[in-house]
Structure formats: C-alpha cells, structure tokens
Design a protein around this ligand. Sequence first.
Ligand code: NAD
Ligand code: AHE
Ligand code: ZN
Length: 375
Amino acid sequence: TQGQVITCKAAVAYEPNKPLVIEDVQVDPPQAGEVRIKILFTALCHTDAYTWSGKDPEGLFPCILGHEAAGIVESVGEGVTEVQAGDHVIPCYQAECRECKFCKSGKTNLCGKVRGATGVGVMMNDRKSRFSVNGKPLYHFMGTSTFSQYTVLHDVSVAKIDPKAPLDKVCLLGCGVPTGLGAVWNTAKVEAGSIVAVFGLGTVGLAVAEGAKAAGASRVIGVDIDNRKFERAKNFGVTEFVNPKEHDKPIQQVLVDLTDGGVDYSFECIGNVSVMRAALECCHKGWGTSVIVGVAASGQEISTRPFQLVTGRVWKGTAFGGFKSRSQVPWLVEKYMKKEIKVDEYITHELTLAEINKAFDLLHEGDCLRCVLKL
Ligand code: NAD
Ligand code: AHE
Ligand code: ZN
C-alpha cells in the first residue's frame, strides 16, 4: 500500500451534532515529514464531543474527529527518520519537534512547528487535507483524526512505543490519563502532605486524583454534581466527596471551611467557567494554586476579584498535563507496563467504530469513563 491511496472506513462529522456517518474515505500517502498510521484502537474524550457540539472555535466541518488512539505505522514520507513501517505508535495532538522556540525554551510542552496547520485542519506541507470522500476533502482534527482506520500525521506528532504494550489499553495514554497525572506532577508540582481538590470526576479528574495520591497528598477532595461518581473515585485516590448541590453555601466556601482556610492545589476538570472561579477561590490565601484543565466553550470567559491573586493565589492552565509528547508518552507506556500507573481501570466500555454514535451517547452518561473503539 506504500505510495498508494488507501480506501478505508472512517467516521465523518458532516455537521455539528449530526450523527457521525461511517464512510469509505480515501487517505492519501504521506508526504515529506508525514507518517501514515493504521489506527487499531481509539477512545473518545470529552474534547471530541466538545468540538462535535459546534462550540469549538477551531472546529471545522466536515471533519474526522478523534485524538486518543494507538496504531501501527503503515508507511512514512520522505525524510522521516524516527519511525518506520511496523512501529507501534501513539498519535500526539500536542507535537514535539525539539527545534522550535517553544520546544527549546525548557519552559513548556507546547510546540509551535505544526500548530498553525493542525488548528485549521490541514497538513503543513501544502496546507491541504490527506482525507477525502467522493473527491471532496475532509478536515483533519487536532492533527490526529483517529476515528479512521488510516490517518496521516506530521512526524513530530508520533510517539514510538514498546511493541509489547497492549494497544487496546495504551491508546488512553494519548490524552486523558496523562493530562490528569501531568497536571499534578508537571504543572502544579504537588508536594507530599498537600490538600488537593478535584472538580469533575471523569477520566481527567480521576487521573488528577491518582497523580495526587502518588505525590503523597494528605487529602484529595473530589467535587462532582453526580453522587454516583464517588464510590469509583475512592479507587483512584479520592478521600472525601462534596456535591455542590447538597450545600446552600457556594462550593468555594464549603471547601474553605472544610480545610482550615483553603486547599493547597485545585484542578478544574470540567470546562465550566463558574467552576473555574470556585476552584481558584477555594485555594488557600498566600499560596494556593489552581490549575485549569477543562476546555470551555467559545465565548466563555473566566473572572474573579484580582484581590484573589493579590493575596497569593495562583491561576494556571495545562495542555496534555505539561508532558513533552514524543519524549514522555513512551515513558508513560513503560510506567503502565510496570504497573506504576493505572490505565485499564479507566476503560468502562468497548465498542466498534461502527457503533461510534452509541459511544458518544455513553460519554454523556454518568457511568462511562473511557469507551475504546476497535477499528
Ligand atoms: P467527563 O465529562 O468524563 O468528566 C466531567 C465530570 O464533571 C463528570 O463527572 C461530571 O459529572 C462533572 N461535572 C459536570 N458539571 C459539574 C459541575 N458544575 N460541578 C462539578 N462537577 C461537574 O470529561 P473528561 O473526559 O474527564 O474531560 C474533562 C475536561 O477536560 C473536558 O472539558 C475536556 O475537554 C478537558 N480536557 C482537557 C485536556 C487538556 O489538555 N487541557 C485534556 C483532556 C481533556
Ligand atoms: N480548540 C479549542 C482548544 C482546545 C484545547 O484547549 N485543547 C487542549 C487539549 S484538549 C484534549 O482533550 C490543548 O492541548 N490545548 C493546547 C493547544 O495547543 O491546542 C478552543 O477552544 O479553541
Ligand atoms: Zn482529549
């Protein structure tokens, strides 16, 4: 198949919120600096649902969504040296070129090399798509488009992993689990003994709890409006549960009262700007740090009294948990293989690509964390 157009199945999002359609799509061969990957498993993340909803200012239609996956390299374009056909890989929506101003700064995991193209659904080389259906182009999404049996990525977005790792599990290391763990370890740098609050107990929030427990947090307070979330959250390190709906006082006040003045670290893992404010304001005066992980809809803005920051609280955000993707995803895979981090525990459902619309329905139900699709 090297050098040839491949026809395969993909889930096409034609319009916001309209059911995805399984189509036979054409996938062009990889050009210079590109890699064509056979995707074997992909999970759904809340961000896919967010873009599908039409609220993502970078969302373009028709497109192929999906960004949490694992697969095998089918072929590579000219000049690609770090991976070859047959390598097991995880697509990385946050690239790592190791050459740009961002990569060289030592201050961020964001990479500037291909972001300008991935944000508008095309490839860098010719600013065009490698996907089409009936001759009409389909936009790429997040530089990954994993809801397709074959996809084309920039080589700087491909992490090569241990071929012994089970792809039906480690696909989760493409987004949600590393994001939560890294928010704690890289962005907040939570110290042993800290009091932590986690807002939203989905996959990302539970990974925050897992990371906080591993960092030696003394208390991990889980906040969610769905009481069913707590029982499961205990297995991920949550020690106490608060449901804002069961309190008359604002949730920030409830937490301040529970913690003798506020938490050391808080994490917003929902994408709700009023919860982001509460997460900042429940932090301890003088040092409490709040990390925004959730992605909020287009047009939404955060606010608080500047006095909250003047008096020492710190507001931060994180993308992919601050992990350098190509360098650290293989390391996360190793940690999973050594049973140092959980992955299987986040998989609550398994379906096929053909059942993707059902998988999106599940995502909005309380008991689904990650649903893994077999392609
Ligand atoms: P999820 O839907 O599985 O989890 C969200 C949780 O929040 C649910 O348990 C829900 O009951 C709870 N919730 C909803 N409203 C609430 C409220 N008002 N107060 C308290 N709890 C509330 O989602 P997920 O897949 O875990 O993703 C979480 C967020 O993180 C999403 O916004 C997603 O887009 C974002 N995300 C960001 C990054 C990043 O790199 N920054 C990476 C992955 C995901
Ligand atoms: N396009 C959205 C922004 C979405 C966003 O913030 N994405 C996160 C990853 S979410 C993964 O589930 C991210 O990494 N952002 C940094 C980046 O470079 O995109 C919008 O609202 O415009
Ligand atoms: Zn995601």
